[in-house]
Ligand binder design. Structure first.
Ligand code: NDP
Length: 457
């Protein structure tokens, strides 16, 4: 067990702060507080839960600059995107404050009983294992519906974003939550295992890599505890020959490069119908070449550093392997010279074919892979030729055809003429190796509840 966690500014490779790991006794005390708070939460009326979520949204909206700066400092996303993330967290809190009670109200079902209905009761304490890439959003995306449903939350955040974890806990205290309702756990994987096994934890959710999801889900299954897994993706972005090329190019670059290329739903494989492949590639390459890479606090910056040196090195190696396999680098933006920051040049790869690294593996960094499809049918086949199934997009001016293709994509979220994005009003999640269960929407708030049948004769 490490004794502390140090967050490093990825733009400069300098330490920001060190956080002591929780001792076994502290972990036990936190589990107990969560358990006791869960008993109180269960009978707390919806109006009170909603009022707390509104207060949390107020706290987020009152100082987005502060939360944004913290995220940028710890993981390097451009400051404007980080502020936007804080604002989106406020949105998800308000969404569930306004709609949660309705979604979770008793549903009467006509049977031969005198009265029969379905109740949605909280499960208790949910352990949330979260990554660094959207250090606020990932926690709120799970937390807002889970709290509205009457659960309590233990947040095991990524070791490099412990400052964000602390801020989230403090925000909840400021918003009037009881001390046991939202707590962080500064722990390593071994202690995560004992928490999963602890009888005071009723369920587990994880956002992260496929390997992490497999490890955690196995442990939870051994305890017969439910899990939601939101894992990686290699989202296809299909561009048909009749697409509005301006819109497709602009959205393609944004969909790939936002968050410094570190997003599970980022478009990763650009599958382009042959007649427009050259034009699309040229324009995407020119746009990527012109991106400004640098200090994420500078408003002129499009792309900041990657979050950790090892993540940057992994992406570099993937690009090298792709080139060895025959891919061509069509664009490579400049990165700042004379810096110790973890910069990876935004890159465009062409000549990417099925079975190759850039097609098969998730590249979790600012690297776009362009694949040429013979026709729309071939594009769909290529899109579905992957272990992942999180999101996918198709660009075409024929909306009906676009919708047909959206329905054929083996993904949890399919978009026509738009990049894949999460929205509190709609369910979000994947199939295949991208995980299971749903967050957000009406489905998300029902993941961690006991769907209870009541029959009165
Ligand atoms: P991980 O999946 O290793 O980490 C995500 C979270 O899971 C962290 O809190 C991590 O904590 C925890 N975790 C990992 N393994 C275990 C385990 N066996 N038991 C308990 N908790 C665990 O991601 P990395 O940060 O190492 O990034 C590696 C790759 O993961 C990326 O390149 C990307 O492909 C993918 N990823 C996907 C994300 C998504 O949004 N779907 C987000 C982040 C990463 P700890 O580090 O303490 O183990």
């Amino acid at each position: 067990m490490p004794t502390s966690f140090t967050s490093i500014n990825p733009a400069t490779n300098t330490p920001i702060a060190t956080y002591d790991a929780h001792t076994d006794a502290e972990v036990d005390a936190r589990l107990q507080r969560a358990h006791e708070a869960a008993i109180i939460q269960k009978s707390r009326p919806f109006e009170e839960r909603a009022a707390r979520l509104h207060a949390l949204a107020d706290a987020l909206e009152s100082r987005p600059d502060e939360w944004g700066a913290l995220m940028t400092r710890e993981m390097g996303k451009p400051l404007s995107q980080a502020k936007g993330e804080a604002e989106k967290c406020a949105w998800v809190c308000r969404h569930y404050a306004e709609h949660g009670a309705d979604i979770l109200s008793h549903k009467t079902v006509e049977t031969d009983a005198q009265r029969s209905y379905v109740r949605y009761e909280p499960l208790g304490t949910v352990l949330a294992i979260m990554p660094w890439n959207y250090p606020f959003w990932q926690a709120f995306r799970f937390g807002a519906p889970a709290l509205m449903a009457g659960n309590t939350m233990l947040l095991k955040h990524a070791p490099n974003t412990m400052g964000c974890a602390e801020a989230i806990e403090q925000l909840c205290v400021e918003a009037g939550f009881d001390s046991g309702e939202v707590q962080t756990l500064r722990i390593d994987e071994d202690t995560v295992s004992s928490c999963i096994a602890d009888r005071r934890v009723q369920a587990v959710t994880l956002t992260g890599s496929v390997g992490a999801g497999q490890a955690v889900a196995q442990q939870a299954a051994a305890q017969v505890k439910p899990t939601v897994l939101e894992l990686g993706g290699s989202a296809p972005f299909i561009v048909l020959a009749d697409a509005d090329l301006d819109a497709a190019v602009d959205t393609a670059v944004q969909a790939r490069m936002q968050n410094n290329g570190q997003s599970c739903i980022a478009a990763k494989r650009f599958i382009v119908e042959a007649p427009i492949a050259d034009a699309f590639t040229e324009r995407v390459a020119a746009t990527v070449d012109a991106l400004t890479v640098g200090d994420p606090t500078d408003p002129a910056t499009d792309i900041g550093p990657m979050a950790r040196a090892d993540l940057r090195d992994t992406v570099r190696r993937q690009v090298d392997r792709a080139v060895n396999e025959g891919a061509t680098i069509a664009a490579e933006a400049e990165v700042p010279a004379d810096t110790d920051g973890f910069y990876m040049p935004p890159t465009v790869l062409t000549d990417v074919v099925p079975g190759s690294v850039a097609f098969v593996e998730e590249i979790f960094g600012p690297v776009a892979s362009i694949v040429v499809a013979a026709d729309a049918e071939d594009a769909v086949d290529l899109a579905n030729d992957t272990q992942f199934g999180l999101g996918g997009a198709v660009f075409t001016q024929n909306i009906e055809r676009g919708e047909q293709i959206a329905q054929q994509l083996e993904v949890g979220c399919a978009f026509v003429n738009s990049m894949v994005k999460s929205d509190p009003r709609l369910p979000f999640g994947g199939i295949k190796d991208s995980g299971y269960g749903r967050e957000l929407g009406a489905h998300g708030i029902r993941e961690f509840v006991n769907v209870k049948t009541v029959w009165v004769e």
